[in-house]
Design a protein around this ligand. Structure first.
Ligand code: AMP
Length: 334
């Protein structure tokens, strides 16, 4: 059986884990990165494409006996229309992609799960506090801006429209900027074991916002930006974990009710922890996040479930392996 994925994001971790679990591994990559992926002996086949339509054909080519693993770059690279035409079984719930791509639907799912979320503002006119304005999709924070009042929001939106980064202001979300520290909680829902596991935690290292604290504020006259350039490991106070689990379980139950067949595999609750140790979740990812790349030999949490090195990539492969043995592959793929 083949496990394949698109060459980017967390593909090395995914395929390394798949090889450890005994699968044949395949990467589908842009022609320019072919040589890069050929360096790794745990990748059995490197298939390269010259166009995105060709990429889709390659994904669909071995749909018998193969499972395709989606990650954060899939929709960014291929676009939603092509992703909808993937015929190969996907590990995870493909119906969640649309919820994730739309900022408003995304926040509504968290709200339904009774998870604490930042206030959001329908119109720039309603803004009465510090806000962050976000663009749709996982663009790694590109184009986001901070605004102190409604005038600054309108000014920033006009710039985005002029730069053609958005077509209409309905695409953005205007969200209260929560003061605290970022912590991104990685979870895995196993339909086979019927349990939520915590698999790790990270902080995104973002330029330039994370660099600004290196200089005294009186020397800085630039606006903060939020372009993700890397990830930093973090561990939470244990007393924060029960609430994080409560949110994760609520989320799994809400996805089950609203987005059939429910949550399958990795997801992340991207949060700010405030000074009264509240967790405010400002977005979710319904698939593997790049922050898990930190833990290719397992995280301090994954050891609590598995007495062996267990990355999220490997955990995915383990779920596929067990479900196949139990004739339940249909429960973990869509
Ligand atoms: P996102 O694309 O939603 O993950 O946001 C990119 C980055 O912006 C995050 O990693 C945070 O640093 C920051 N951010 C997003 N939303 C908020 C918020 N509501 N309050 C504070 N910081 C935020």
């Amino acid at each position: 059986m083949i496990i394949s994925t698109l060459g980017s994001h967390s593909s090395l971790q995914i395929l390394y884990g798949a090889k450890k679990e005994g699968f044949t591994t395949s990467v589908i990559t842009d022609k320019n990165r072919e040589n890069f992926y050929k360096r790794f002996n745990f990748i059995d086949e490197v298939k390269s494409y010259n166009s995105l339509d060709e990429a889709l054909d390659l994904i669909n080519k071995n749909n018998e006996e193969s499972v395709f693993i989606p990650h954060g770059s899939l929709i960014e690279y291929l676009g939603m229309d092509r992703v909808k035409r993937i015929k190969t079984p996907i590990f995870g719930n493909r119906n969640l992609f649309e919820w994730e791509a739309n900022q408003h639907k995304k926040m509504s799912l968290l709200k339904m799960a009774k998870i604490k979320i930042p206030e959001s503002f329908e119109s720039p006119e309603d803004v009465d506090r510090l806000v962050i304005v976000k663009l749709p999709g996982a663009k790694g924070g590109k184009g986001y801006f901070i605004a102190k009042n409604k005038e600054e929001v309108k000014e920033g939106l006009n710039k985005l429209l002029e730069a053609k980064l958005i077509k209409s202001i309905d695409e953005v979300i205007i969200q209260e900027y929560v003061i605290g520290i970022p912590m991104y909680f990685h979870f895995f829902y196993s339909p086979i074991f019927k349990r939520v596991e915590i698999t790790g935690m990270d902080i995104r290292y973002e330029t330039n916002v994370d660099g600004l604290r290196r200089l005294p504020t009186n020397l800085i006259s630039v606006e903060p930006t939020f372009v993700v350039a890397g990830n930093i490991p973090v561990i939470a106070r244990e007393s924060i974990l029960p609430r994080a689990f409560e949110y994760a379980e609520n989320f799994v139950n809400t996805v089950k009710e609203n987005v059939p067949p429910g949550m399958i595999g990795p997801f992340c609750l991207e949060s700010i922890v405030t000074d009264n140790l509240d967790i405010v979740v400002f977005e979710f990812s319904g698939r593997i996040v790049a922050g898990t790349n930190l833990y290719i030999e397992g995280s301090p949490y994954s050891w609590l479930y598995w007495d062996e090195p267990m990355s999220v990539g490997r955990r995915i492969a383990r779920e596929i392996k067990i479900s196949k043995l139990e004739n339940k592959l249909g429960e973990v793929t869509t």
